[in-house]
Design a protein around this ligand. Structure first.
Ligand code: ZN
Ligand code: ZN
Length: 140
């Protein structure tokens, strides 16, 4: 009699374990997916070289309008007074800001050698951490 009850109890425990364990297992993949999403946000994009320069907004010398200059080798055309500048004269114009190509935020930019360069040498997006470098060989 007592032996039979013992067997029954152990069977119930076994069934209980079988019901619980699939639930625990389904927790696993969800947790894993979350952690892999976290690692994806810590990696950030970046480019180097003038050809891959982020879109820039410069000030028109003639009328002071903002000119959106998307790509480094495009002519710089003022939308207001129709002034045209060669791509090479980018450095002569006042750079107002650069636009992050990933999230469209205004970027922080600067020069490492202000005396030798009249164009920005780096730009960083504070929001998505996209970073552009004029020359990737600069270590700092
Ligand atoms: Zn203009
Ligand atoms: Zn960004």
């Amino acid at each position: 009699m007592t032996g039979r009850i013992g067997l029954l109890l152990s069977k119930l425990v076994w069934v209980g374990e079988k019901v619980v364990s699939p639930l625990q297992r389904s927790d696993g993949p969800n947790k894993f997916r979350l952690s892999s999403m976290d690692t994806a946000t810590t990696t950030y994009e970046g480019d180097s070289g003038w050809a891959k320069r982020p879109p820039a907004t410069v000030e028109c010398e003639r009328c002071g309008a903002e000119i959106f200059h998307h790509s480094a080798w495009d002519d710089i055309d003022c939308p207001r007074c129709v002034a045209e500048y060669e791509p090479e004269s980018f450095g002569d114009l006042e750079l107002l800001y650069m636009t992050c190509p990933v999230c469209r935020s205004r970027m922080t930019h600067g020069r490492r050698h202000p005396k030798r360069f009249d164009i920005p040498q780096w730009a960083t997006c504070e929001r998505c951490r996209y970073h552009w470098e004029f020359d990737h060989s600069y270590g700092g």
